[in-house]
Design a protein around this ligand. Structure first.
Ligand code: SF4
Ligand code: SF4
Length: 360
């Protein structure tokens, strides 16, 4: 499960481009593509499953001693943040162990989940050292919950999970995706979250998945979201921070060249469930984006590989026939990092103008 594509890129944007690092300072690990939810806006073609205790996700090949060694390497090379996502990370029976290992190496572990968590599970996550958890909840109403997650009892389950995590002392944030279905329910959602002690609500506008999911059709919010945001802020009592992130970011063109767009290869490494390091974890089915396998290579081997270097500093000839081939901004775009996922969406290939292109 994930909340958005360009939204994540925009969260990186306040930083200015910086020289490539000798090692990644953050790692995003897609633990499995299996998921027990059916969110129409998901960026992944998930593997649908029912939650079963102890069942190992079929795609989760980076595990056991190899995973432990890669986590230890993260600690040695100075990775500061590990972001665990999916699919549903809680479907991995070793989730507590992964968090505990990373925490023991001084890494801050963050997780995104839509799992129905009981008190003991939340306490186990806290005991393992989980630094931050994001739980997604878009609407309190059962009918909207069914459309947005596949289960009418999802809102009740999510509220229970949120309360369990808060009681366990976890640093928690709720993320709500705005669609055409739930914009009118966000006020009630914010009020309820504030009542149960939530301290942060992030709101992001739905983006269309890059594989053009038919389930997502018609769900993108059409209206200007600013008036809604202003109303929410005006109604907030001040005990819960409301962050709109990229909620207004449905416009395609973003300023180009001045700010970091894609961190992958600059400061961040993305890992797929099978252990492949990829140029973009939002496109896990594309073998042409794979840089190398962590089942057979260390993080630093992959980080310093020629393959990664070609993604960081591609030849102009690789962009033949596109607007980038003769563009004066070519080097700047390589420095700010290209969003290959949006280039695929727009042009059907990675080496093409992306959603942040300022030339058009
Ligand atoms: S065409 Fe757009 S994306 Fe390509 S190099 Fe120029 S500014 Fe960058
Ligand atoms: S290419 Fe980079 S900026 Fe674009 S979606 Fe993937 S990780 Fe995000």
């Amino acid at each position: 499960m994930d909340v958005g594509l360009w939204g994540n890129a925009l969260q990186s944007s306040p930083r200015a481009p910086r020289p490539d690092q000798a090692a990644p300072s953050s790692v995003t690990w897609l633990l499995t593509l299996e998921c027990n939810r059916r969110c129409p806006y998901c960026f992944y073609q998930i593997i649908p499953v029912r939650p079963e205790t102890g069942r190992w996700p079929r795609d989760a090949a980076l595990k056991g001693p190899t995973a432990a060694e890669r986590i230890a390497e993260m600690g040695r090379i100075g990775v500061a943040d590990l972001y665990l996502t999916g699919g549903e990370p809680m479907l991995r029976p070793d989730i507590g162990s992964i968090i505990a290992q990373a925490s023991s190496h001084g890494i801050r572990v963050h997780m995104v989940s839509k799992f129905h968590m009981h008190a003991l599970q939340a306490e186990a996550l806290a005991d393992a050292g989980l630094h931050h958890i994001t739980i997604s909840l878009d609407d309190l109403r059962p009918a909207e919950g069914k459309r947005l997650t596949g289960a009418s009892n999802y809102p009740a389950e999510a509220l229970a999970s949120i309360e369990a995590c808060l009681a366990a002392g976890l640093d928690l944030e709720v993320n709500a995706v705005v669609t055409s279905l739930n914009a009118d329910g966000l006020g009630s959602l914010a009020d309820r979250l504030e009542d149960i002690g939530c301290r942060k609500l992030s709101i992001s506008a739905m983006q269309t998945p890059h594989f053009r999911s038919s389930h997502a059709k018609g769900l993108e919010p059409q209206a200007d979201l600013r008036p809604l945001m202003d109303r929410l802020l005006a109604g907030a009592s001040g005990t819960m921070a409301i962050d709109f992130g990229a909620a207004g970011g449905n416009d395609k063109a973003k300023p180009c060249g001045a700010t970091l767009v894609c961190e992958v290869g600059r400061r961040s490494l993305h890992i797929l469930p099978n252990g492949d390091a990829t140029r973009c974890h939002y496109m896990p089915k594309r073998p042409d984006l794979v840089i190398g396998s962590l089942l057979t290579h260390s993080i630093l081997d992959i980080w310093r590989s020629d393959t990664f270097e070609r993604w960081r500093r591609p030849e102009r000839s690789m962009f033949a026939g596109t607007g980038c081939a003769n563009c004066g901004g070519f080097d700047g775009c390589n420095s700010r990092g290209r969003c290959v996922a949006s280039a695929f969406l727009e042009a059907g290939q990675a080496n093409a103008p992306d959603a942040f292109c300022g030339a058009s």
